[in-house]
Design a protein around this ligand. Structure first.
Ligand SMILES: Cc1cc2nc3c(=O)[nH]c(=O)nc-3n(C[C@H](O)[C@H](O)[C@H](O)COP(=O)(O)OP(=O)(O)OC[C@H]3O[C@@H](n4cnc5c(N)ncnc54)[C@H](O)[C@@H]3O)c2cc1C
Length: 291
């Protein structure tokens, strides 16, 4: 397995920002993953996995870690009865395709979540009233010290949260789905996708929702809209004119631009609504932002 150096994380994130990783490896099997983890441990280097980078802001200065992108067997998907077994690097698009081909429903909620199985578990990603905790049976977590299977309760899955930490790699997952006619799956997916296109900037470079929805009658997006932030721009990053809980890379944005927008959005929401918004996006590398 090749170890690459200095690859800009801007190439691996959907927002298109981020400096270089110290090292990047693309393990394609459990054995290669173990080798990569041992390689990092020998050098005292931290490890972070990047899925599709669709919920990730990586520091402009770079990330002093071995970054892993799971490939090959670790990105495969197969149906086994009512189980959908996926590598941690399997994209949601491929998982949905395999589920539909096997006549299995329950994964449709992820049709507009442009991530991987591992990112889904880490974030307990969700939409349309479902999330990963509802379909996950167990996940195989690999670290430099060994490997084991954890259930959703053991992973501590709650609203857009798990207890996973960098160095713990989601290598494989088992999802329990339900038999469903293919036509019905297609209809549900088409309805979800149409809803997305109508309300969110699906054709722009973003990292999905910036903030979690607070316990408030208004969601984060509506709150920021009422603060007059739609279309507000700093550097190359802009708060989406379509949905205020999205930041778009308008033109050569940096992570610092996006973080500055987030700080301003939090300040305004605190002043106007007395609410401390909590960011949903994951931060990788040295990035300063209040919790
Ligand atoms: C247009 C758009 C729409 C979106 N809509 C939604 C939505 O409706 N609902 C929602 O919940 N999210 C949404 N998101 C956010 C994002 O797609 C999800 O959080 C997704 O699950 C992230 O998966 P990923 O593989 O891209 O993870 P990444 O962004 O690459 O990583 C996210 C975190 O997971 C960790 N990680 C990733 N893979 C692994 C692994 N195999 N093992 C260990 N850790 C891992 C990373 O280290 C990082 O901390 C959206 C994003 C975009 C751009």
């Amino acid at each position: 397995m090749r170890i690459e150096e200095g690859i800009p994380l801007a190439k691996l994130t959907t927002i298109g920002t981020g400096g270089p990783a110290t090292a990047l490896a693309r393990p394609a099997s459990l054995a290669e993953l173990e080798q990569a983890l041992a390689w990092a441990q020998e050098r005292g280097l931290g490890v972070a996995v990047v899925g599709l980078g669709s919920n990730l802001l990586a520091a402009d200065e770079g990330v002093d870690s071995l970054v892993l992108r799971l490939a090959g067997e670790l990105a495969d998907v197969r149906a086994e009865g009512e189980l959908l077994v996926a590598g941690g690097g399997a994209t949601n698009a491929v998982s949905l395709h395999r589920a539909r081909a096997a006549g299995l429903g329950g994964f449709e909620f992820a049709c507009a979540i442009p991530g991987t199985a591992g990112g889904g578990v880490w974030m307990n990603a969700g939409a349309y009233g479902s999330d990963w905790s509802e379909i996950l049976v167990r996940a195989r977590i690999v670290t430099a010290d060994g490997s084991g299977w954890l259930t959703p309760a053991e992973l501590g899955l709650s609203y857009r949260h798990s207890e996973l930490r960098h160095g713990q790699v989601v290598a494989e997952v088992e999802h329990r789905l339900v038999p469903r006619p293919v036509g019905e799956i297609r209809e549900r997916v088409a309805a979800f996708v149409a809803q997305r296109k109508a309300t969110q900037p699906t054709n722009k470079r973003t990292f999905g929702s910036v903030f979690k929805n607070p316990e408030h009658e208004l969601g984060a997006g509506r709150m920021l809209e009422e603060c007059g932030l739609k279309g507000y721009r700093l550097g190359g990053a802009i708060i989406s004119p379509k949905h205020a809980n999205f930041i778009e890379n308008a033109d050569g944005a940096t992570t610092a631009d996006a973080v500055a927008l987030m700080a301003e959005a939090r300040r305004r929401a605190r002043d106007r609504f007395g609410v401390d918004l909590v960011h949903e996006v994951e931060l990788l590398g040295p990035i300063e932002l209040d919790p």
